[in-house]
Design a protein around this ligand. Sequence first.
Ligand code: FES
Ligand code: MG
Length: 569
Amino acid sequence: MELRSARWYAGRDRDAYIHRAWMRRGAPGDAFDRPQVAIANTASDLTPCNSHLTEVARSVRTGVHEAGGVALELPVVSLGETQVRPTAMLWRNLAAMAAEELLRANPVDGVVLLGGCDKTIPALLMAAASVDLPAVVVPGGPMLTGTFRGVPLGCGTDVWRLSEEVRAGTLSAEQFTRSESAMIRSRGHCNTMGTASTMALVAEALGVVVPGVAGTPAPDSRLLEAAHETGRLAVSLIAADRRPSSFLTAGSFRNAIVALAAIGGSTNAVVHLLAIAGRLGIELTIDDFDRVGSRVPVLVDLLPAGRFLMEDLHRAGGLLAVLREVRDLLDPDALTVTGRPLVDYLDDAPTWDPEVIRPRAAPLVAEGGIAMLRGNLAPRGALIKPAAASPGLLRHRGRAVVFDSVEDFRARVDDPDLDVDADSVLVLRGCGPRGYPGMPEVANMPLPRKLLEQGVRDMVRVCDGRMSGTAYGTVVLHVTPEAAAGGPLALVRTGDVVVLDVAARRIDVEVSDAELARRTPDAAAVAGFADPRRGWERLYVDHVLQADTGADLDFLLGSSGSVVGRESH
Ligand code: FES
Ligand code: MG
């Protein structure tokens, strides 16, 4: 087999000389005849959830060398979900594009992808799909459970809960601050069923992680063992020419959707899976999530929908034990990166704690998944996660209280004179991919203080943005088209009646088509839409697609493969 890297290194001409000589630096001559395995590493001090990946990379490296390959660590664009403004999602496509281009431009034959924090695994998978080199993911793993005043804290979820307690006056600001170091107890990503946990598990269900590895806690020595073995596997992937396009099928994505529902995963997985499928040319629509996922029971009792945390899920048997319960719903032919079907791994996947991983007969929620809504408020769709919502609000009629931007929301939400009650529907616009820009996680709007003080803990909220996977509430999100892309969300006015009917999959405003057609977008809303002058934001706003197809850039759909035609000299 001729290696791709041989197109750089083989031969006696001047160009091969240049490629070899600058890389040699102590390497034996035969290093250039061996498989070159990139380790795409998202470790960064500013992505604290991934900072331990440099140690994980060392184990991958050992495995690559043992199997006869050469390991080459490649730092790639890294995104710390809690750090970057205005939202890490603004740079998911940039990270994907940069990783894709770097993998293509360099003499590598395959890649081990190291990610963890929310956007990092999706970006790496988008890149791997578009460059289509043999690739395998090692998820960095969740944090250990921290406790505060004797009670476990779930990353993210308990921030929302505790901050609402402060606003409601039942927790002091000092105690709130003291909980910080308990919230983040160890290395690793958020330990709730947020986006990072979800995407690691969903990647395993897709088949791009060695089965059984996702969810291994970041500080657990078994993660290094898995990284070591994955390094060995990467070399054999190159020999087998097992590329993402050769084993990722529509069936793989159906398995991912079943997994997403059974774990009660983050709504963010919808945009990420759509984007990855878009790179592979696989027809996947928002309706597939509803059709395949919405009747699947939620079996995993983790925050934010349930009680436990990722360390508990791992102890209880992990994803494979969950999937064994829904084996009949899985595509038996969908292969994993190891070359074996996913379902092959389910024979020996016991559940050790049926409180954490519920049996199919006693689910946490009978019908989980994510419901896709349509209506005159969201002609191309919106979604809601019923398991994270209040059952009593899944069918609701209420007066809209409209906010034109997050700034407008923050300025007015706690105003004692705000005309709002528990039945009102909070509407926030200008938070889509184009409008913000980057589609931030603001859809789970904090409730008005005066209602919190009355004991109100949930309200119907509607937004064209996303919400954190660690959040909860009756939130209709990803409204498409977004207000800034001409969606009717821009036409809603305070006082209009909004009707949510999850069973009927509807989200509507009780305004006639004729009246909607007469209205023009509210000037205050339009003023809030992003209009960047230059740079990435300009490129992004000009080219980003809507949430219903994964919010990728229009020119990044599909694959370019790994061939580079021209030399550098
Ligand atoms: Fe990194 Fe939650 S902030 S995973
Ligand atoms: Mg997030």
